[in-house]
Write a protein that binds this ligand. Sequence first.
Ligand code: NAD
Length: 523
Amino acid sequence: MKVLIADQINQKGIEELEEVAEVVARTDITPEELVDDIKDFDAIVVRSRTKVTREVIEAAPSLKIIARAGVGVDNVDVEAATERGIMVVNAPESTSITVAEHTMGLVLSMSRKIAIADNSVKEGKWEKSRFMGMELNSKTLGIVGMGRIGSQVVIRAKAFGMDIMVYDPYITPEAAAELGVEVVDLETLLVNADVITIHVPLTPETKYLISKPQFKIMKENAIIVNCARGGIIKEDDLYDALTQNEIGGAALDVFETEPPKESPLLQLDNVVLTPHIAASTSEAQRDAAIIVAKEIKKVFQGESPKNVINMPVMDPETFQLIKPFFGLAEKLGKFLIQTAQGNINELDITYCGELAEIQKHDIITRMILQEVLNPILTEPVNLVNAPGVAKNRGIIITEGKRSDSKGYKNLISIKMKADNNEVSVEGVFDKEPKIVMINNYQVDVETKGTMVIVCYKDIPGIIGSIGTKLGEHDINIAKMQVGRQQPGGEAVMVLKVDQNVSRDVEDDIKALAHVYDAVSVNL
Ligand code: NAD
């Protein structure tokens, strides 16, 4: 395996990678050289200098993983990577402490007027009475968004004796209880907080989350801090609030336009501004390099990385629970694509029994889709791009859960609608994956080798004629099972055979009297 280090990263990350791969550091590689040379690499590590564009991705037939040693992935074309089945990983947790510390720095800088006092002393002044500060002890800190960074701010603010209020509609009561914070609605937070700090992602929901109406209800000496993303605070409205003394001050590390060259905020005394450096410490960079190196190692060793931007993430325990069902999903997917007549239009997947209790089915569904789509497409389909490819092909996927699993511990039930037929199949995992139902007929089929599935009218002599026909083609039957709903009705026969079965043999069987359909499947 070969890894390209395209931007300067901490040596510790390189050492991790050298344990499993050939590492090539070309930290001055130009965009043109990257397009030419990427073809030889299985992984690339970037920080923010190198842009992993669609052109680069399309020139990289061996690339499996793009690692951003940091948080944002703005310099990676994630859509293009996803289309090609390339994982994009980052190191979101690497900067949490660093950003939380910067947040506290900005809070103190505002509450004790440190930055402006510094300027004044450097101008030769000694204006002691001008810089009356505010203690943080016993003040209320309102945290908007209590994820990785918000949680670290809680810990630090508590050490300052602050009371904490959190607004985050997505955190669990357990997470709030663990950190001992009061969860409130946004209005309550804004009305009561002496210091407000923002730690949410920039989404359509959080764009201008803090604008005129929100400033209007804040305390008149409130301080607001944003180390998250520009655009969460509406800067025009912030300017008005600051100049009309509706709030006490603001500290920003991020801006709607960076750098904020034309911003009127630059003229104000009651603001502290830093140039998007909240995440910039050598410790955060070291941790980011180590985290992404470990992610790449995991991928090379066939394990599941945890910070994949373009694939569902799961904790190691859930991964262990789900792992055995990958094999079953793979076999069911292979079965379906070989029995489909024409394009597949719909897949209705139900997870039953113990599988119904596992939350992250998405990854099992991806495995089924991967197996269904891979044989029919030239582009490689894998766990990353399978849902997108299925969507582009207009396949409707429905997923459901059922506690009843027909007496098995677990069961995956799939109904497939193709242009010219409908097939249903059910499989279970019990030491090995096996198929227990085909088109409503109960069977018990191991998922190995070749099988021939024949639908026929249940009348005497048919089984013999099918066996004879296979014999004529030198195909040996190793095992046979039949399923029927009632004597004389439609029946299904599953024959495990020792040789591959060609289309001609299938057609010969189909031509037999009272045979409705015959298909062979290699699992
Ligand atoms: P995170 O995903 O761990 O946490 C985000 C939290 O926001 C989650 O708990 C989520 O439930 C909550 N949230 C989402 N939408 C919300 C809404 N509408 N209202 C309230 N809460 C909401 O993210 P993180 O790693 O803690 O990062 C937080 C922010 O910091 C992000 O915007 C990130 O881009 C930014 N960041 C900035 C820098 C920097 O250099 N300034 C560095 C790293 C991260």
